[in-house]
Design a protein around this ligand. Structure first.
Ligand code: UD1
Ligand code: UDP
Length: 378
């Protein structure tokens, strides 16, 4: 009998990283595939579902404007109870550190359904940064039975918390997605990207959305970017803005009036990954971009005070520059003006796997269900 695997996710980055795995599960006769989205994100999630051509079996459709963490947690917990009662999955897969992931893992635990945690073991060891993600992933590790860790460092982080059973080193599924998407002959879907001139310009790709950066840190970031463009006539910035109104309002206010700053809507993941290849460097507070940029040899300035992805820093591609205006500006100008530093940071390195993470996760799940001792661990 096939193993009923339900993947649960709700935000853009979870979808990008779970859908290669969903495809692998669908093709594998050992499994029956079920997908449940919480739609913690609506438009940004649907954009990814469309790209990967996946239609979820269940959709909690819970996003509300300016939702609180309590809203998301309560709605996911309540919603998943009904879904699990109807679908009766043998195992539930969640991803990373979102509130969807934590609350879905808790809901599965309440039904005594084993949880597999994809992208397990990332830590900053600062409970308020990133907030609430550091606590979400800690709690998800406690709830999970299977732990799919992208790197050896992630395995060691889990071991420090005495989590050593059913820990598998898999690589990150984002590399599975990236390798299937980036192509030299790519034509953008978003016409704004095709109409921009990249020749003779240095293009900086920016994203910023983190909760702990909302307010003054976000304003610092935007002011640094505005200064950067004002001081360097050959620099343009492309910023696909997150849908969060708390991000967009200051973005329009501070960056909305400069002809070389292009504020655009969120772009599809194929456009995004292929846009990397046109960029000189990347400025971001996103987690996923820190994993994608090293694989493509693009320097990343991390607009945060810490990172749970030190592998990218060790590889030389990422630098944590903080959230102060002058620090951000100085490091961005260093990349523009210092060719040795630029070259050092733009070596293509990929600490996050070989593009076969999904296959390893499938094999680990099948082995777990074949193992006679599995009941003791659920
Ligand atoms: C969430 C995750 C964060 C992840 C990020 C990826 C939590 C607590 N946070 O943060 O870990 O890095 O997603 O982007 O799980 N909105 C829309 N349409 C969309 C998406 C969002 O309008 O498609 C707006 C809504 O007003 C929503 C707000 O953005 O209330 C915030 O969304 P939310 O998921 O709560 O937080 P994020 O900052 O996106
Ligand atoms: N991304 C995208 N379109 C955009 C911005 C980002 O497809 O307009 C992708 C990006 O390449 C990465 C993921 O979304 O794979 C990161 O998502 P986000 O920054 O929302 O969340 P985080 O990684 O910080 O959790």
């Amino acid at each position: 009998m096939s193993i009923k695997v339900m993947s649960v996710f709700g935000t853009r980055p979870e979808a990008i990283k779970m859908l290669p795995l969903v495809h692998a599960i669908t093709k594998d006769p050992r499994f029956q595939n079920l997908v449940c989205v919480t739609a913690q994100h609506r438009e940004m999630l649907d954009q990814v579902l469309d790209t990967f051509q996946v239609k979820p079996h269940y959709d909690l459709d819970l996003m509300t404007p300016r939702q609180t963490l309590t809203d998301i947690t309560g709605n996911v917990l309540r919603g998943m109870e009904g879904v699990f009662a109807e679908a009766k999955p043998d195992i539930v897969l969640v991803h990373g550190d979102t509130t969807t992931s934590f609350a879905a893992a808790l809901a599965a635990f309440y039904q005594q359904i084993p949880v597999g945690h994809v992208e397990a073991g990332l830590r900053t060891y600062d409970r308020y940064s990133p907030f609430p993600e550091e606590m979400n992933r800690n709690l998800t590790s406690k709830l999970a039975t299977l732990h799919f860790a992208p790197t050896q460092l992630n395995v060691e982080n889990l071991a420090r918390e005495s989590i050593t059973d059913h820990v598998y080193i898999t690589g990150n599924t984002v590399i599975d997605a990236l390798l299937s998407i980036v192509r030299p002959d790519y034509v953008f879907h978003e016409s704004a990207l095709d109409h921009l001139s990249y020749e003779g310009m240095r293009t900086v790709l920016m994203t910023a959305h983190r909760r702990e950066n909302l307010g003054q840190p976000m304003r610092n970031i935007f002011e640094a970017v505005l200064k950067l463009v004002q001081r360097h006539p050959d620099v343009q910035v492309i910023y696909p803005m997150h849908k969060n109104p708390a991000v967009r309002q200051p973005a329009f206010e501070i960056l909305g009036h400069h002809p070389r700053i292009h504020l655009i809507e969120p772009i599809g993941v194929s456009d995004m990954h292929n846009l990397f290849t046109k960029c000189y460097f990347i400025m971001t507070d996103s987690g996923g971009l820190q994993e994608e940029a090293p694989a493509l040899g693009k320097p990343v300035l991390v607009l945060r005070t810490e990172t749970e992805r030190p592998e990218a820093v060790a590889a030389g591609t990422a630098k944590v520059v903080g959230i102060e205006r002058e620090d951000i500006l100085r490091e961005a100008e260093r990349l523009l003006e210092d060719p040795i530093e630029y070259k050092r940071m733009s070596q293509a390195q990929n600490p996050y796997g070989d593009g076969h993470a999904s296959r390893r996760i499938c094999d680990a799940i099948a082995d777990f269900f074949n193992s006679p001792s599995r009941r003791e661990h659920c």
